[in-house]
Design a binder for this molecule. Structure first.
Ligand code: SF4
Length: 589
């Protein structure tokens, strides 16, 4: 995970046509009112602007949370205009704030649309800074950066190592290698998005990206020129940093693992974090505080060991033997794991170990041998220390995934590969992993059931101010459920009334004879499109693809929600989700 630069600039001191001084950092609610109110700054800047009381109330609540350094949970329905409701107080605060979203779409909306819009609205008449507010970005300019995951960036060290000793497979990789090597000389960011011709699922890129596990940090010969180092610097100089939840929690997990070592992670400290689409926090955090060990991970370790030792000309016969043994044991052990498609609970770990204990021990011994051989290398290059650490980490995590009785953890298996559903094939990362080595990959997963205690200790207690917002956070009109699940004990709360008149403007219709969505998705969408849900002209205008999209996203939301609530009971995920959906088919829902 990581960053990307982003030279959007905003003057620190807005010069609005309403009242420049009252929009200054530290201004009172009255100035927010003048900004959002009918006839105010926003309404004069956008012909379609409509005053929404909820938007103003949310902006006031966020400003208060920032000023008083308190946490805030705020639910505001779709159409409230939440992004402007927190961006305006964030800009007025003059503090460095991280904004974390659940989706790339929202990240892009913030970066490409909302922030530039506010820049235009707030500062079009005057880009002078208040005295003393100049920064390195120019007079009164506010820097905004949009960060991506580390695997979007090139690792220069890996590229140079490969240049000395290219291990490329096939013509296609050779061509990709040439393109990447030429681009590396000119790119300022190292972001693969600049390489339009590189296939999304390029295996070569997978070998060259700047992911954290193979990075040796400050000890790297390329540290000063590293794209990640540069991004970290830019983030340090930024006032608003836009990330997604995956990046945020990956960064947090790395910092925790490294005991907050200075070069761990890439996000700088911030006065506040705004979590938009906060209903996804629990699921995402669970992934990053959990464990995942796979044949793919062992294979990647073996590949990196081999390349590093060859590059440094220290690949001895005994290290070669250790590598061969590790690959073989891993392949055999993971092939023995219980069969099944997609994700399923691993309820039979004890029985599995009784039957296959020797194979588990053999893989363990192969990992011990690998770590020992690497440790025994005289005058080790820095990256070999990193490889020892990775080997030992896999061994410890494999032990936990197979033998732990931790009651706060759910143990499960995931298969990614040939049997992928079309929906999951579209997930680029997983598709890449699935195609790696042209075989199915097996992931042993251990995920905490309650992330609340972890978040309480390592996140909420360390942040001055966190704002959690979404259109769906409250249960029964309150936040007790989400506060408990996330371990967020002390927070102001606000549920803002919807801008829409649902009673008069919405219809609920349950067709009695639709096919089952999980198993007959194509038929389900078609039937839904044919059903002509109501005679509203708006609904009639919906295209088939709109309906497909909406159904899929609703189905995924339902499944996610049910998973969250039933994670602690064995086998609960798929059964309960299916039960949840069945009434539609039978017409009882
Ligand atoms: S510091 Fe890490 S990511 Fe950067 S070039 Fe070196 S090894 Fe690669």
């Amino acid at each position: 995970m990581v960053i990307i630069e982003t030279p959007v600039s905003l003057p620190m001191q807005p010069a609005s046509s309403v009242s420049p001084t009252r929009l200054s950092p530290g201004g009172k609610d009255a100035s927010l009112y003048q900004f959002f109110a009918p006839g105010g700054v926003l309404s004069r800047s956008h012909p379609a602007y409509e005053f929404r009381r909820g938007q103003l109330q949310m902006a006031q609540a966020v400003e208060q949370a920032l000023t008083e350094k308190r946490h805030l949970i705020v639910e505001a329905g779709t159409g409230t205009g939440k992004t402007l409701a927190y961006l305006v107080p964030v800009i007025r605060s003059g503090k460095r704030v991280i904004i974390s979203t659940g989706t790339k779409n929202l990240q892009e909306q913030l970066f490409h649309k909302d922030v530039p819009f506010l820049e235009q609205v707030l500062f079009r008449h005057d880009d002078r800074a208040p005295s003393g507010a100049e920064s390195s970005h120019g007079p009164g300019r506010l820097s905004v950066c949009y960060m991506k995951g580390r695997n979007n960036y090139l690792c220069r060290k890996k590229l140079y190592d490969l240049t000395d000793q290219p291990v490329l497979s096939g013509l296609e990789e050779i061509e990709q290698y040439r393109a990447i090597a030429a681009w590396e000389k000119t790119t300022g960011t190292g972001d693969r998005a600049e390489l339009a011709e590189l296939p999304e699922a390029s295996l070569l890129w997978h070998k060259l990206d700047a992911r954290a596990d193979a990075c040796i940090g400050q000890k790297c010969s390329q540290w000063e020129r590293c794209f990640i180092t540069e991004m970290r610097r830019r983030a340090m100089e930024s006032d608003i940093i836009i990330v997604n939840h995956h990046l945020f929690f990956a960064d947090l997990a790395i910092k925790l693992q490294a005991d907050d070592a200075p070069d761990a992670g890439i996000l700088p400290e911030a006065a506040a974090v705004i979590f938009d689409e906060a209903h996804e926090l629990e699921d995402v955090a669970g992934n990053y505080f959990g464990i995942s060990v796979s044949n793919l991970r062992v294979e990647e370790l073996a590949r990196d060991v081999e390349q590093s030792l060859q590059h440094n000309r220290i690949l001895s016969p005994s290290l070669s033997g250790a590598l061969g043994s590790l690959r073989e044991r891993s392949q055999f052990f993971f092939s023995l794991l219980p069969p099944g498609d997609g994700r399923f609970a691993f309820e039979t770990r004890r029985e599995f170990l009784e039957e296959n204990g020797d194979e588990f021990l053999a893989l363990n011994q192969a990992l011990t041998r690998m770590a020992g051989e690497l440790e025994g290398v005289p005058q080790k290059p820095e990256e070999v220390f990193n490889l020892v650490r990775r080997t030992q980490e896999i061994q410890a995590q494999l032990g936990f995934a197979m033998e732990s009785d931790d009651r706060n953890t759910v143990f499960w298996i995931e298969r990614r590969g040939k049997s992928f559903s079309p929906q999951r094939r579209r997930d680029t990362e997983k598709a890449k992993e699935a195609s790696y080595g042209g075989r199915q990959n097996v992931f042993l997963q251990a995920t905490p059931i309650h992330v609340g205690p972890i978040l309480r200790e390592c996140l909420w207690s360390k942040l001055e101010c966190a704002v959690l917002t979404s259109a769906t956070l409250a249960v029964g009109g309150g936040f007790e459920y989400i506060r408990k699940r996330l371990g967020l004990e002390h927070a102001r709360e606000s549920v803002l009334a919807s801008h829409f008149d649902y009673q008069n403007q919405a219809l609920l219709y349950v067709p009695p004879d639709l096919p089952d969505p999980p198993t007959e998705f194509a038929d389900y969408s078609k039937s839904l499109a044919d059903a002509r849900l109501c005679s509203s002209p708006v609904t009639r205008k919906c295209t088939r693809s709109t309906i497909d999209c909406s159904v899929k996203s609703n189905f995924q939301c339902c499944a996610r929600g049910m998973r969250r609530k039933t994670r602690c009971s064995k086998n609960s995920v798929s059964r309960r989700t299916q039960c949840f959906l069945r009434p539609h088919r039978s017409g009882k829902g």
